[in-house]
Design a protein. Structure first.
Ligand SMILES: Nc1ncnc2c1ncn2[C@@H]1O[C@H](COP(=O)(O)OP(=O)(O)OP(=O)(O)O)[C@@H](O)[C@H]1O
Ligand SMILES: [Mg+2]
Lengths: 248, 323
């Protein structure tokens, strides 16, 4: 990473720590959701044998990823609309440095949130069957996903005309896990939604991680998850570069 | 001997079919204050953005600090500092952290960077609030911090886009003092403003921008001389004296209610002496004698056919129309 990117990253970390709403949304919201679904409603869901917490944790991980994103879109957008970006440009700070700072700080924040969710899951009796290598594989898939959606979110932030609309732009990403197999299996959903849930990227990602954590890797879904992530990463990256160039 | 540090010829910029800049020529001498004066929407910010490489021009050429703005952006950027119209400070960081961020991006080494930051905090009287989030700063403090951030890299040329808009009179004066000090330090200032008195006070040369064209260019004095409207105001003790004066000076206009006579004048010593001699000769007693030279507001009105947006424009408009 260039020194400029490191400076930008430090700046983004300070922003995150100074904005309580960011920390709350990114880290406590997923935990609250998890407590709600597992502790409050958990008994009502029939996921076909096994503890609900074992079924739900991969889905909650996905929720933790998507909840952490809106802060990034907002902060990218406010950088672009509040004039500070012009200062950076005139100082010849590369576009790469500014965007890399946002992507890396998002990845760190989201990873912390995911770790927190997994920690709380253990408190609720989460008992994964995964071997060490399966844990590593799950972590690998998750990191790739986080990388991909971080770029996509940066692009959403760049594309938004106002800070408010940037915040709204990530709402679909927050809603997607609910229309996936995160909370209940896709088969149990109503017609239409069922098919959608079946084929959307988050289901593949969740099923892949679920497979690894339950000690029963799902190769097909893992390949699909990797393909989706690469596609999202490329799209997000290309879109972000294009938008950043235009706004120059 | 002087030399140009900013030159532009035929600068053009349009958004879709809206022409914002329609062929602008500029020439700014090293070590001077140049002011681009114009009302809202005249194209001031657009001009600054073109000259500072933030925007690509549609036509024309420009050189800043000897570098071509279109092809040598790196060179241009290394020589300039820009304080945009809208404060570009990082609101979540403190004043000190904002300056430190600039020092880091300019790759100043630890101690050197800290020394520069401390010096700027002192110079801009921001030491007390240095460790408070800049979102808590007043508008004036934020503007000062913004300018201080621009100075971290010691630029030769500084672009200030409406540096005093929205500031109270005291903060404006502080800003003016700072700008004068920067020039005394050898910097060149390119300043935009919609306040005529600001350009008048600060600038060595002024270009008046209106609807994307430069409608006049020169020193404040040259601009004032370009238009008629200078006059002498004579106030009398009573109506008899006023009537007597009006007979002596038939080219003047009288205001019977206020016992005032306006005599057109170029304000030069010769014509003033002639005027006084004439009044003496006819034994007319004058209570009060004031010379009014056109201010830049008059200039603006005369040049563009419409008034500027500044608050005293109504005043000058009535003055010009009653002539
Ligand atoms: N991105 C843009 N797209 C379309 N039109 C624009 C854009 N930016 C500026 N304009 C138009 O260009 C014209 C000049 O704008 P500019 O910001 O240069 O004016 P200004 O002199 O700085 O005004 P102000 O005193 O209000 O800051 C305005 O009519 C504005 O509407
Ligand atoms: Mg402007």
């Amino acid at each position: 990473m260039s020194t400029d990117a490191a400076v930008m990253l430090r700046r983004n970390f300070k922003h995150t720590l100074r904005n309580p709403i960011t920390v709350f949304n990114a880290i406590f919201m997923p935990i609250i959701m998890m407590v709600m679904f597992v502790y409050v409603f958990g008994d009502a869901f029939n996921v076909g044998g096994g503890d609900y917490i074992d079924y739900a944790t991969p889905g909650m991980i996905m929720l933790a990823i998507s909840y952490g994103l809106s802060a990034t879109a907002v902060s990218v957008s406010s950088d672009m609309t509040k004039g500070i970006i012009n200062r950076f440009k005139v100082m010849d700070v590369s576009r790469g440095a500014v965007l890399t700072g946002h992507v890396v700080s998002t990845m760190v924040r989201v990873t912390v949130a995911v770790a927190a969710v997994i920690g709380v899951a253990f408190l609720f009796g989460f008992s994964p069957e995964a071997s060490f290598t399966q844990w590593l594989a799950a972590a690998g898939v998750l990191l790739l996903v986080i990388f991909a959606v971080s770029w996509l979110t940066v692009a959403l932030g760049l594309a938004a005309k106002t800070v408010e609309s940037a915040g709204m732009a990530t709402v679909p990403l927050i809603m997607l896990p609910f229309f996936s197999s995160a909370i209940v299996p896709a088969d149990k959903m109503g017609p239409g939604i069922r098919e959608f849930a079946h084929y959307q990227p988050f289901t593949s990602i969740i099923e892949s991680v679920r497979g690894f954590l339950l000690g029963a890797p799902n190769t097909g879904q893992t390949l699909a998850a990797i393909a989706w992530s690469l596609a999202i990463a490329v799209l997000g990256y290309a879109w972000a570069r294009a938008k950043f160039g235009k706004r120059a | 001997m002087t030399s140009s540090v900013i030159t532009a010829s035929g600068l053009k910029k349009s958004y879709k079919d809206k022409v914002v800049l329609d062929g602008i020529d500029l020439d700014v001498q090293a070590g001077s204050i140049f002011s681009l004066l114009g009302p809202n929407g005249a194209g001031k910010t657009t001009t600054v953005n073109l000259l500072t490489t933030l925007l690509a021009m549609d036509g024309g050429t420009a050189r800043v600090a000897g570098y071509d703005v279109a092809t040598e952006t790196k060179g241009v950027r290394s020589a300039i500092g820009v304080t945009g119209q809208f404060a570009s400070v990082d609101e979540l960081l403190t004043g000190r952290e904002n300056l430190q961020l600039m020092a880091d991006l300019h790759h100043l080494k630890g101690d050197e960077g800290r020394a520069v930051v401390d010096r700027l905090l002192k110079r801009f009287e921001l030491v007390e609030s240095a460790d408070k989030a800049s979102s808590t700063y007043s508008g004036g403090m934020r503007r000062k911090l913004d300018l201080a951030m621009t100075l971290v890299g010691r630029p030769q040329i500084i672009f200030l886009d409406e540096p005093t808009t929205g500031l109270d009179p005291r903060s404006r004066r502080t800003m003016w003092t700072i700008v004068r000090e920067l020039v005394a330090d050898g910097m060149t200032i390119f300043l935009t403003t919609q306040y005529l008195d600001e350009a008048d006070q600060l600038a060595d040369r002024i270009a008046v921008l209106d609807q994307g064209r430069i409608v006049a260019e020169g020193t404040p004095e040259q601009l004032k001389r370009q238009i008629p409207g200078g006059h002498v105001r004579l106030r009398f003790a009573d109506a008899t004296q006023l009537a007597a004066a009006l007979r002596v000076l038939p080219e003047s206009t009288s205001d019977e209610e206020r016992l005032v006579l306006r005599v057109p004048s170029d304000g030069g010593t010769k014509s003033l002496r002639a005027l006084l001699d004439r009044l003496d000769e006819y034994v007319v007693d004058v209570e009060e004698f004031t010379v009014h030279m056109p201010d830049l507001d008059d200039v603006f009105l005369a040049l563009t056919g419409h008034s500027s947006d500044s608050t005293n424009s109504i005043d000058s408009q009535t003055e010009v129309t009653t002539k």
